[in-house]
Design a protein around this ligand. Structure first.
Ligand code: HPA
Ligand code: MG
Length: 246
């Protein structure tokens, strides 16, 4: 009788373990912490391949991240959040104006996942607004617009929802402000994290996409209040920048 060679099994097992570890590494580096990484040379999709509001025809160069992909990624972020906020109520702090679509879709996915898994995560949404951009240039200070009193966060598990994190300076300032109200736990969801020098990757717990250092608009991200009504995330064209400059 022929016995199988046990060394073959050992090698096979080793191969499986290595493959699994590699996969885990990819998940930790690329998949989870950095989100979907968009490379510097990504040209975006041709406008002809998608639908978008006619009034922006001349003002955008390409579709950088299609709306469908944004939605799929947000659904995945909702999964991560459900895992981390096990059996808790969640206080969502939506950063306006850019974060309103991301926040609404994220909360919706959390609700759907809750219904489908019978593990409902109670969500309450509050809003904060600050201004730190003029045209496409970042100014460094945190100017909270309106009510700065966030005492409703005290003792709560807080999820800060922000559409765009770049240098992280404003996020850092906001988190410092949030901490003064002594929440129980604070996590940050950022739909887009920009790959800038001194980028603040570690501030964001749930990253949708890591993107190159380019100015993008759409999906509630604006250029002087324009383009929020565009569903895809797009790169603004030269003429668009000129047309809507203040
Ligand atoms: N687009 C719109 N708003 C922004 C951006 C951007 O790329 N970066 C910071 N705020
Ligand atoms: Mg803006």
């Amino acid at each position: 009788m022929l016995w199988p060679d046990p060394t073959v099994d050992v090698w096979f097992l080793l191969l499986l373990v290595t493959a699994h570890l590699e996969q885990t590494k990819v998940m930790e580096n690329g998949g989870v912490k950095r989100g979907i990484v968009i490379k510097d040379e990504w040209p975006g999709y041709s406008l002809n391949l998608f639908t978008y509001p006619e009034h922006y025809h001349e003002d955008i160069e390409n579709v950088y991240i299609p709306h469908g992909l944004i939605m799929n990624r947000i659904e995945r972020l909702a999964h991560y959040i459900m895992e981390d906020f096990w059996d808790n109520k969640i206080m969502v702090l939506c950063v306006l104006k850019g974060g309103y679509k991301f926040c609404a879709d994220l909360v919706e996915f959390i609700k759907i996942l809750g219904r489908n898994s019978n593990r409902y995560l109670e969500t309450r949404v509050e809003f904060i607004r600050y201004k730190s951009y003029l045209n496409d240039q970042s100014t460094e200070d945190l100017h909270i617009v309106g009510n700065t009193d966030l005492s409703f966060l005290r003792g709560k598990c807080v999820l800060v929802v922000e559409a765009m994190v770049d240098t992280g300076k404003t996020m850092q300032a906001l988190l410092k402000h949030v901490q003064t109200f002594e929440p129980r736990m604070v996590k940050v969801a950022g739909l887009l994290v920009k790959r800038v020098p001194n980028m603040a990757e570690s501030l964001t717990d749930y990253v949708g996409f890591e993107i190159p250092n380019r100015f993008v608009v759409g999906y509630a991200l604006d250029y002087n209040e324009y383009f929020r009504d565009l569903n895809h995330i797009c790169v603004i064209s030269k003429s668009g920048k000129t047309k809507y400059k203040v």
